[in-house]
Design a protein around this ligand. Structure first.
Ligand code: 5AD
Length: 426
């Protein structure tokens, strides 16, 4: 579902409402809202009022999405040249990206606000809200950073049944209005390809929703079948673009090459790809993050990156990456901003790991630094505490978003469909 910036009604005449929003005065069709009057606050999309909204909630959303007008004072000529290049769509060099990632003070704030401006210019006032259902925490892999690794014998494991998964997904769509759901699990072959296909088909039969799968390296045949069953996208991080670091973090013969091969055939199969890396891994250097940004730009229709959080019962439980550790939050924000500057209309969600590390206020900061979507956890409450990729995962009821996301409105599905189609064409 998508959220638009609220607007205030100035006048209503002949089913047309004149409304004022941040960017000026607009005329919109009043649609089904017949009792609209001067002073009301509304949400509108594709030229039509969709619903009235409380003045207080309107202010809260406006505040959240506010333009951060930041006028640089002390920025260097080099910094200004980099921003100019980005504005003119000239490719940024590795050196340029490094400069931005290392920026401080006024330059850092200017980077964030520039990215916010680019988001507003290219994506207007739409924010997308996606849901994730974590249906199994079994995993055959042993990634050193991840709490779901097989070797973690202290984790209470669960698997949702097919009817449970379908019910959770259909409920999220029909009751709450989600239009895009990610189905995620560890790499768990208890669910055969046939079972995954069955889940997908059953959900698609019962509701209109975009399904993204996040089930690991299951190979070409499985992904071909899932695509044919109606899946739209994949959430599949390459984790790090550095092949040596990748090898160090992934035992059992896993390698970056196989991950990249997956990304390649995802693209051939027409999948919408959400990918990216972990930020602040032990041994990771700033140059690795630059390569991560470039690799993300190459593959991602949607960016998915977040900070690495040391997790109990893993070999990296007390890991300290001296170099990047303290700066993970800031680096994540800067990476969001750089990706927004070089990939102007891409989808960039604020991820749970960032909220876990930095608290809920980071959401606003990230949205004002170029991010444009959110991913909410829809895993049933009884399973949620056991999906411990990392500890103390951030969770909150998303009242205002779920209340005012354009749920139940077919426009918001169509809008998403058109946008995804456009994205895949290029
Ligand atoms: N901290 C942050 N993110 C993690 N992931 C796995 N372990 C951690 C951790 N300790 C991320 C990986 C994976 C996604 C599902 O979760 O990037 O792709």
């Amino acid at each position: 579902m998508c959220l638009t910036i609220p607007a205030q009604v100035l006048e209503v005449k002949d089913n047309i409402a004149k409304v004022e929003e941040g960017q000026g005065i607009k005329e919109v069709d009043v649609g089904f809202i017949k009792d609209l009057k001067k002073g009301d606050w509304i949400l509108h999309t594709v030229g039509t009022v969709v619903r009235k909204i409380d003045a207080k909630d309107a202010q809260e959303i406006i505040e959240l999405l506010k333009k951060t007008a930041y006028y640089p004072k002390k920025t260097s000529v080099e910094f200004q040249k980099i921003l100019e290049k980005a504005q003119k769509n000239i490719e940024l060099s590795r050196q340029d990206i490094k400069y931005l990632l290392l920026s401080e003070g006024e330059e850092k704030e200017t980077l964030y606000s520039e990215a916010n401006l680019v988001r507003q210019t290219y994506l207007r006032d739409f924010f997308c809200i996606h849901g994730i259902i974590e249906f199994s925490n079994y995993c055959k892999n042993d990634c050193f950073y991840c709490g779901l690794r097989t070797e973690n014998k202290n984790l209470k494991r669960y698997r949702m049944t097919i009817p449970e998964i379908v019910k959770t997904a259909v409920g999220a769509v029909n009751k709450k209005g989600y239009k895009l759901l990610v189905l995620q699990s560890g790499e768990d072959y208890f669910y055969t390809d046939e079972m995954l296909v069955e889940i997908i088909k059953k959900i698609k039969e019962k509701c209109r929703v975009f399904i993204f799968m996040s089930v690991g390296e299951r190979g070409y045949r499985a992904y071909k079948r899932m695509k044919e069953a109606g899946v739209s996208g994949v959430l599949f991080r390459f984790e790090t673009s550095n092949p040596r670091l990748f090898k160090r973090l992934h035992p059992k013969g896993k390698n970056l090459k196989n991950r990249l091969e997956h990304l390649k055939f995802f693209r051939d199969l027409g999948y919408f790809i959400a990918t990216g890396s972990l930020i602040g891994l032990p041994g990771q250097k700033i140059d690795d993050l630059i390569e991560d940004i470039l690799m993300t730009k190459k593959w991602a229709n949607m960016v998915s990156m977040g900070p690495f959080l040391p997790t109990e019962n893993t070999p990296l439980a007390i890991s300290k990456c001296q170099y990047l550790n303290d700066k993970k939050v800031e680096l994540n924000l800067k990476m969001i901003s750089v990706l927004r500057l070089i990939s102007k209309s891409s989808r960039i969600p604020v991820v749970t790991a960032l909220e876990t590390l930095a608290g809920v206020d980071i959401r606003k900061k990230a949205l004002q630094s170029g991010a444009n979507s959110l991913m909410f956890n829809l895993t049933p409450a009884k399973y949620r505490p056991h999906y411990k990729i990392y500890g103390n995962k951030f969770y909150q009821e998303e009242n205002i978003w779920e209340k005012y996301g354009l749920f139940k409105d077919k426009e918001s599905y169509q809008m998403l469909e058109e946008r995804m189609a456009r994205e895949l064409e290029v």
